[in-house]
Unconditional design. Sequence first.
Length: 150
Amino acid sequence: MQRNTQQRDAIRKVLQGANRPLSAQELLEAAQRHIPDLGLATIYRTLSSLCSEGYLAPLELPGSAIRYEVANSKERCHFLCRTCNRMLKLPASLDSFPVRTPKGFLIERRELTLFGQCADCRKPALRPAKMRKPSARKPAARKVRSRTRN
Ligand SMILES: [Zn+2]
């Protein structure tokens, strides 16, 4: 198999397996399990070519690395966890978010990103209080002063 084809296949495999948008860095780390000497420049080159072929769609958020996902919908809904920085795909229809555009405008694609904390990151907070691990810091022992009155 040609090396170029191998790289493209590795990236495709990783994105399909992840089922969520991945940054170039996340893709590199996962694709290196298939091709250990894969570099970031190759990842960017391959991503650029897969995007121009329409196989991948970039997802850009201000102040965040571009993420990529398989382009299979004109409606995209995602959730970005503010704690672990993972982006997840949400099965949502954007019909429930009506937007009015000025007369004569044409909407070509619709994207919605929700921000918050994923279930994994919320786990400690979701656990009932009695199940929580005691904090590492022990409460300061109270000094019992015996007061003796003379
Ligand atoms: Zn998270």
